[in-house]
Design a protein around this ligand. Structure first.
Ligand code: NAD
Ligand code: DAU
Length: 363
């Protein structure tokens, strides 16, 4: 029975990944979830699996060497999937040091603990051990031409403290492969969207604000481009890389779905109008007039676009969910999970919102 150690499994992508693994493999696997439960980690995301016998939650900070090593001592871990990170660019501009701690030091602690548990006396590793480090397309920097793409060979050129910290963690993983023949693999994925995403990120923030008749803050001219992938397709990509990817390699994951931010906002408004019942009082709030152009993000990358050629040709992975389908599923999920949205936007979230958006000037 394969044992996965998923870090950051209570966050957006991690929890979707855990749901995906249980749907695909059922009782044939064990999942250990190590998460510090920061503001972004939410045990509610895992209510449906928390009582499974083949699931165990550890409230652990990945920077805590002793606690992480203890998990490896207690369990014969086959595969680490390292999601745990500070993940929001705007927060990294405010507090870079937190990103260095979790994303760089935390990854180093995970690598050390896995190596200590797995490396044999002859410097080799048992068959099948894998450390999959989940990274981002942001490490490649920003594209200008509309026909430029990020390939695995594109040099790293991070611009935000977030992407710089993720780039550093990628280099650490690579250094362990090169130095210790460590069984590491890196995936670099584009922007995800789907259920359980915290409403500090573009899509859930716009859904939540539109439902509440609050302004929709579009940074700069709204023409920055992101390459959107439905989160379940990301989970399938990671699964494909764990099972068929080559040690020491990087795999870009993305679905050629590049959109300007303002286009995304219009699609959300149109889809909300389509899905909300005529009699639903929230429908009245949904209006194009809520769109407000505000001061741009500092160092705002212009365009991201992934070339997923390698994962497609080597592993046969393709995105299965079109954007039209994915955004409907996502919006329907937020409409059906109003309680979840209310819970995560009460308390601390209000302070965050005021701090981040209160200072943003209309432009
Ligand atoms: P998220 O912010 O929703 O979740 C992060 C999770 O990590 C939370 O559960 C949080 O509690 C946990 N965490 C944070 N610090 C921790 C620590 N010190 N120790 C243990 N747990 C800690 O993030 P996400 O959007 O799900 O992203 C997951 C990973 O995927 C990140 O590594 C991110 O860089 C990468 N990624 C994200 C996207 C995206 O579009 N969201 C795209 C590509 C790659
Ligand atoms: O590309 C992958 C990355 O995608 C991941 O590595 C990050 O973890 C994830 O947060 C995401 O980063 P972005 O900065 O691209 O995502 P975000 O949702 O914050 O912003 C998407 C775009 O929308 C970006 O151009 C900024 C813009 N934006 C965002 C917010 C929150 C707005 O215009 N208004 C907003 O209020």
């Amino acid at each position: 029975m394969k044992t996965y150690l998923v870090t950051g499994g209570a966050g957006f992508i991690g929890s979707n990944f855990i749901h995906f693994l249980f749907e695909k493999y059922g009782d044939d696997i064990r999942i250990l979830n190590a998460d510090a439960l920061t503001y972004a980690g939410n045990p509610e995301n895992l209510r449906a699996v928390e009582n499974r016998e083949n699931y165990r939650f550890y409230k652990v900070d990945i920077c805590d060497t002793e606690a992480v090593s203890e998990i490896f001592r207690e369990n014969d871990v086959d595969c680490v999937v390292n999601f745990a990170a500070e993940s929001h660019v705007d927060r990294s501009i405010d507090h870079p040091e937190i990103f260095v701690r979790t994303n760089v030091l935390g990854t180093a602690v995970m690598l050390n603990a896995a190596r200590a548990a797995w490396e044999k006396e002859d410097g080799k590793y048992p068959e099948g051990k894998r450390f999959l480090h989940v990274s981002t397309d942001e490490v490649y920097g920003s594209l200008s031409g509309s026909d430029d793409y990020f390939y695995e060979t594109t040099p790293y050129d991070p611009h935000s403290p977030y992407s710089a910290s993720k780039a550093s963690s990628d280099f650490l993983v690579k250094s362990y492969v090169d130095t210790y023949q460590f069984p590491g693999i890196i995936t670099n994925c584009s922007n995800n969207y789907g259920p359980y995403q915290f409403p500090e990120k573009l899509i859930p923030l716009m859904i939540n604000n539109a439902l509440n008749g609050k302004s929709l803050p579009v940074y700069g001219d709204g023409k920055n481009v992101r390459d959107w992938l439905y989160v379940e397709d990301h989970a399938k990509g990671i699964d494909a890389v764990i099972n068929g990817g080559r040690i020491g390699e990087k795999y870009n994951i993305g679905g050629h779905n590049e959109r300007e931010n303002v286009e995304i906002v219009h699609i959300i408004l149109d889809t909300l109008r389509e899905l909300l019942d005529e009699n639903d009082p929230r429908r009245e709030n949904v209006s194009d007039s809520l769109i407000t152009y505000v001061t741009d993000r500092k160092g705002h990358d212009r365009r991201y676009a992934i070339a997923p050629d390698k994962i497609r040709s080597e592993l046969g992975w393709e995105p299965e969910t079109t954007f039209e389908e994915g955004i409907r599923k996502t919006i329907r999920w937020y409409l059906n999970n109003e309680e979840w949205l209310k819970n995560v936007t009460s308390g601390e979230y209000q302070k965050y919102y005021e701090k981040m958006y209160g200072a943003k000037k209309e432009s």
